[in-house]
Design a protein. Structure first.
Length: 257
């Protein structure tokens, strides 16, 4: 007669030993994983860093390919800005000397007032340009030039444009003096500007107006120009036959002739 073998109960020594070995193996695996996890993460970081350095410095992905020029340009052209920027096309974008590009544009194009240069990833350099705004036309050594409010001379005119007052000066007039003359010209109200032929400047404190009818106005410096203009308009109305007016001290104006 055959005897049936009974299955081992959970309490049998063999089953307990097997479970213990499995638990021990899992613990061992967790320890090994904890030990290697940080090594693997570090290796991945190193690999990614190396790939990033290669991509930025050595690959063709992030080399300078072109220059974009932005700004409301009326005197300079985008082609001129790009030419004088002399961007390092073919070099890594990350190593491009943006400040050198800015200085080259400013020094080469007098019409440019300010330049902002930035990187446009992955392969462009952006040059934002702001041009100078003429407030007067200055005659220097027989040539008509544009003059901005800072006293910078930056453009050549074959013929003076309508709407801009004219400033005359000697060839050795300083930038500071021209700046003061520009402030005077831009401060003249329309009613007075129409009667002015030109503003003449010698030094920062020696500015005068030549009116279209031949009369002369001693203006002095650019200080209190708004008040001086009001005083002059009153003098012209009250004393229309005078040939010379002096409003350099607006509180004590004089006239003669």
């Amino acid at each position: 007669m055959l005897k049936l073998r009974r299955g081992k109960s959970p309490a049998d020594p063999d089953v307990t030993a097997l479970r213990s070995r499995k638990r021990f193996a899992r613990r061992q695996w967790r320890r090994r994983w904890l030990a290697w996890k940080y090594v693997i993460i570090l290796l991945l970081v190193i690999v990614l860093l190396c790939v990033g350095i290669w991509a930025v410095y050595f690959s063709s992905w992030m080399q300078v390919r072109s220059v974009d020029v932005e700004g409301d340009l009326t005197m300079a052209t985008p082609a001129q800005v790009e030419k004088y920027a002399a961007a390092p096309v073919g070099d890594p974008l990350v190593t491009a000397d943006l400040d050198a590009i800015r200085i080259r544009v400013l020094s080469s194009l007098p019409v440019v007032k300010s330049v902002d240069v930035s990187r446009e990833w992955p392969d462009k350099i952006l040059v934002k340009v702001t041009e100078r705004t003429p407030v007067a036309v200055v005659s220097i050594a027989g040539r008509l030039r544009a003059l901005d409010k800072s006293g910078a001379v930056f453009w050549h005119y074959a013929k003076a444009p309508a709407g801009l007052p004219r400033v005359t000066s000697a060839s050795g007039t300083t930038t500071a003096a021209l700046s003061q003359a520009a402030k005077v010209a831009s401060a003249l109200p329309a009613t007075l500007a129409r009667r002015v032929d030109h503003v003449e400047v010698t030094t920062v404190d020696s500015i005068s107006l030549s009116l279209r009818d031949g009369r002369t106005v001693v203006w002095g410096s650019a200080a209190d120009s708004a008040t001086k203009a009001e005083v002059l308009l009153a003098l012209l109305k009250q004393n229309p036959d005078a040939k010379r007016y002096d409003v350099s001290v607006p509180g004590q104006p004089t006239f003669s002739g």
